[in-house]
Ligand binder design. Sequence first.
Ligand code: SF4
Length: 145
Amino acid sequence: MPSLYKIANPNTVKLEELILVEDDERPDDPMLENEVNRNLVQRSWSLGPEQASIDPSANEQYWQDLAATWNVTEAEARRRLCANCEYFDNTPEAQEMMELVPLDEYDMDGGGRGICAKFDFICHSLRVCQAWEKKPFYKSHHDDD
Ligand code: SF4
């Protein structure tokens, strides 16, 4: 069965093209596929924090490590979230696709789902990974109405 993201976006690059995954590790079930891909992004790209929070002092070690990786301040690192990553797809169409995958513990504190178009799994607004790229914004609050 095609993965969750592949169903919604048939022309995108799949996870196994970016991270080496043995064929026999790849499940057919969207729920398992999501879990396998998420584990890979946690392991290889520091997806986190595991317990997401809007508290600006939470998960200090996680954000300090990521800041060091990116060579930015901790404050700057904390402003980079899946929510504002260019790979985060939280459109209504994506929300519908993600309904195929039942909620799990990552949904409880994640701040809302989006499909990660880079790594092909369900990520969350309040998390991030090392592959973050700034999402273009088409209508700035500085623009006139
Ligand atoms: S690539 Fe972007 S959307 Fe995907 S997990 Fe990383 S930060 Fe989140």
